[in-house]
Ligand binder design. Structure first.
Ligand code: UDP
Length: 469
């Protein structure tokens, strides 16, 4: 490698939009702020415009039966990519000095291959410190307990974190005998083998967990909270800037509309869609709802592709609903420009599935949340937001896991106008400022990224790379 060239980072993002966005933002910071060059490896087109010092390589997604679980699907695709990635790294090593390969949580099976090439490895968790604490503890918990986690007699108390009940553990762990549970536990065992872990969260949001995780030693890898990293404005190819819903929001008073959206993969059952509709009607609040075709697994099965045409989701709404609420409600089919909506002055609340990108987008815009978690680690996120950070109210599920219309109406109204809601709205305003401060110059996340950069450099110097930082 040319001794005078900039250090290079390789960033590997598993399939799914939720991971790609923060990975691209991280890479841009490393390149623009710290003059690295970089390669981003993905499994789909990258529709972003990138600085010229970032190259991209796209690996193929494994063809699998349509009903394959999403976690299994991503894991198998990643496992299948070990050998092509090895070739890529070897070829990059001819011309650059690779300071780091950064993976998301699905990259665990690549770690030993990368280590064999004498390249430091990192994980970037596009989630929070609570989630990381949980993952670090999971192998021990798995070994010391039998039976389903939801039957554990006590909530789990992780250092600096709010207590977590077994029912709120991430969804793949809800069936202990399942393949997805095995995948998650297997992955968690490898967290201690990496040279460091980056997390898309910030200290003020999770002070207790941050304090504990930032202590060095005890066999833990170093941890750097570097968030919130959310997509920057020019990036999203699918955002139609003249979207009707923005026009609609323009006509409503400040902070008066609640936005309802369940991320790129979330869908509700037919019955749940109906209860939500009737609940919104009862709440008498202004609302903007991104309606998806109903499905009975809580996941729409594949990650949502906004360019793909789908069933007409409006068929799933109760008769008369659109007509009855037309003065104060708007429904949007399948996809809305979420970041623009959350940044709009008229938006005063967000009913969210608590996907971590959605949460961060809400935090940076100071929009209080009604937490309605569906799958993955969303229930843990809801616990963190409601009980830890106190920036959300969580819906209560009734019989058969369905949130009834009365509950929808109650919690939506509370968030927008109630006393408890007022605390949450205030808490969110504070957190909005903290989020901006964290990534601003000399903020905790800003400094963590500097530290990370120095750490990358010190590891390179240790193996004889002669450059001045
Ligand atoms: N998103 C959007 N419009 C929609 C649904 C989702 O722009 O109608 C964006 C949202 O802003 C976020 C991402 O898609 O950036 C969803 O990521 P998140 O982590 O919240 O949830 P996931 O889709 O991974 O469950």
């Amino acid at each position: 490698a040319d001794a005078n060239s900039s250090p290079h980072v390789v960033v590997v993002s598993s399939p799914g939009l939720g991971h790609i966005t923060p990975f691209v933002e991280l890479t841009k910071l490393l390149v623009l702020r710290h003059h690295f060059t970089a390669t981003i490896i993905t499994f789909s087109d990258l529709p972003f415009s990138l600085p010229s010092s970032i190259s991209t390589i796209q690996l193929p997604v494994l063809e699998l039966p349509a009903d394959t679980d999403i976690g299994v699907r991503i894991s198998l695709t990643m496992a299948n990519s070990v050998s092509p990635l090895r070739q890529i790294l070897i070829s990059l090593q001819q011309t650059t000095r690779i300071a780091a390969v950064i993976f998301d949580l699905f990259g665990v099976d690549h770690l030993s291959m990368v280590k064999e090439l004498h390249i430091p490895t990192y994980l970037f968790l596009t989630s929070n410190l609570f989630f990381l604490s949980f993952k670090l503890h999971l192998p021990a918990l798995d070994e010391s307990t039998v039976g389903e986690f939801r039957d554990l007699p006590e909530p789990l108390k992780l250092p600096g974190c709010v207590p977590l009940k077994g029912v709120d553990f991430l969804s793949p762990l809800q069936k202990r005998e399942s393949e997805t549970c095995a995948i998650v536990v297997h992955g968690a065992r490898k967290y201690n083998n990496v040279d460091g872990i980056l997390v898309n969260s910030f200290e003020a949001l999770e002070a207790g967990a941050a304090k504990f995780l930032k202590q060095r030693g005890g066999g833990k890898p170093p941890v750097w909270p570097i968030g919130p990293l959310t997509a920057s404005d020019s990036d999203m190819w699918y955002e139609d800037h003249s979207h009707d819903c923005i026009e609609w929001l323009n006509r409503h008073p400040s902070g008066s509309v609640i936005f309802i959206c369940f991320g790129s993969g979330g869908a509700l059952s037919w019955e749940q869609t109906r209860e939500l509709a009737l609940g919104l009607e009862m709440s008498e609040q202004r609302f903007l709802w991104v309606v998806r075709a109903a499905c009975d697994t809580g996941l729409s099965g594949s990650f949502f592709n906004p360019n793909q045409s789908r069933d007409d989701p409006m068929e799933f709404l109760p008769e008369g609903f659109v007509e009855n609420t037309k003065e104060r409600g708007m429904t949007v089919m399948s996809w809305a420009p979420q970041r623009q909506v959350l940044g709009h002055n008229a938006t005063g609340g967000f009913v969210s599935h608590c996907g971590w990108n959605s949460v961060l987008e809400s935090l940076v815009n100071g929009v209080p949340i009604v937490a309605w978690p569906l799958y993955a680690e969303q229930k843990m996120n809801a616990v963190l937001l409601e009980e830890g950070a106190k920036v959300a109210l969580r819906v209560k599920e009734g019989e058969n896991g369905v949130v009834r219309r009365e509950e929808v109406a109650k919690v939506v109204k509370e968030l927008m106008e109630g006393e408890e809601g007022k605390q949450v709205r205030r808490g969110m305003q504070v957190m909005k400022k903290e989020a901006a401060r964290a990534v601003g110059k000399e903020g905790s996340s800003y400094k963590a990224l500097e530290e990370l950069f120095l750490w990358f450099c010190s590891l390179l110097v240790a193996v004889g790379f002669p450059f001045s930082a």
